[in-house]
Design a protein around this ligand. Structure first.
Ligand code: DNO
Length: 347
């Protein structure tokens, strides 16, 4: 495994100087944030990131994410232009040495939680998803000011309404067709550039607000991988996204897709699955519903050699900052992953 850590660029409170001090840290996971979704990233911005990361002795290896424009997901006529831009971004980051690109194909809403600062019994705060809170939100209700964490705040309420309405006409099968259309065009470029594409599962792994979501379970991941059967068409195994549904056997999926050589990136975190949703917890197995040891063992024993990062952390020790992406709990997560990996390797 190659241990990595997400860094949000020069505005991130968590600095590269902090990150490089985490034992075993090899690579940074980052992105260009100064360009609207769908546009081409400048070589200057990419070069600046690379320079900063490398100056700190870390590898500039993984991009998370190059976001996919909604017109591509919707199959609108302008998609060809956005796909062309996407291919150009793959070429440009590859030129800078990037080996792996994480992205997702979730309509409109990326990861969704109902609260970012739920207090756990030990006084730490965490991200949670409670179904009864989601049920109170109607993204089409313009009188409501309610937004949920994780939503793209660049949309105005009216724009959000329009785009959700567009998706209401789209079936799951059409979303699959649009994904296939996209992959058929980007994967040959990724192959030529020797970059691994790694789709992130939908988080949570079920439909929200009636919008289709398809990267959700083993059957659908099988289908996804067969759309373009090329090693460059792979996945980001996100244990928290898949693991928030009891129907997903994350250990089995880790073993199966690692053995196929199709897991290029892993997001490792634990969740406590509840009857009405889930809570993000510390990485340790006993803190949540997932068996982290078995997940790491499944990856290890099946030849996983991709990038792995601790995923969301709680806020602990009075830290404030970007929800899920503070330093301390993620660093504890990294130390735990190192420990699990070493133990599995030596046993
Ligand atoms: C949340 C992240 C996601 C992820 C994207 C990948 O914390 O795991 O936002 O970066 O879904 O495109």
């Amino acid at each position: 495994m190659k241990l990595a850590f997400r860094w949000y660029g020069e505005d991130d409170k968590v600095t590269l100087e902090n990150i490089r001090q985490i034992p075993g840290m090899q690579s940074i996971v980052t992105a260009v944030y100064d360009v609207p979704v769908g546009q081409v990233w400048s070589r200057e911005s990419i070069g600046r990131l690379k320079e900063l990361v490398e100056k700190n002795g870390l590898g500039f290896d993984v991009i998370e994410s190059i976001p996919v424009h909604e017109d591509i997901k919707l199959g609108n006529p302008s998609r060809d232009e956005y796909i062309e831009n996407y291919c150009e971004n793959i070429r440009r980051v590859a030129e800078a040495g990037i080996k792996c690109i994480c992205y997702n194909f979730m309509p409109v809403f990326d990861w969704t939680r109902t609260q970012l600062d739920h207090v756990l019994p030990d006084g730490s705060t965490t991200l949670v998803y409670y179904q009864e809170q989601i049920d109170k939100v109607d993204p089409l209700e313009s009188k409501s000011d309610m937004t949920l964490p994780g939503w793209d705040s660049s949309y105005t309420r009216d724009e959000l309404k329009d785009i959700v309405k567009e998706y209401n006409k789209l079936t799951e099968e059409q979303l699959w067709d649009n994904l296939k259309y996209f992959l058929k065009r980007i994967i040959p470029v990724a192959a030529e550039c020797n970059v691994n594409m790694a789709i992130h599962e939908d988080d949570p792994c079920w439909s929200i607000f009636g919008l289709p979501r398809i990267i959700t379970n083993e059957k659908n991941l099988d289908r996804f991988l067969s759309l373009v059967d090329d090693v460059h068409n792979g996945i980001t195994l996100c244990t928290g996204s898949l693991g928030c549904s009891k129907k997903n056997d994350v250990v089995k999926m880790a073993a199966k897709y690692a053995a196929m050589g199709r897991i290029h990136f892993a997001h490792i975190r634990n969740v406590a699955v509840l009857d009405n949703g889930f809570e993000e917890r510390a990485h340790l197995s006993s803190c949540g519903s997932l068996d982290m040891y078995e997940i790491i063992r499944a990856l290890h024993d099946n030849g996983f050699n991709g990038y792995i990062r601790p995923d969301h952390g709680r806020m602990i020790w009075g830290e404030t900052g970007r929800a899920g992406y503070g330093l301390y709990d993620r660093a504890l997560g990294a130390a735990y992953l190192n420990g699990l990996w070493e133990a599995v390797e030596k046993s």
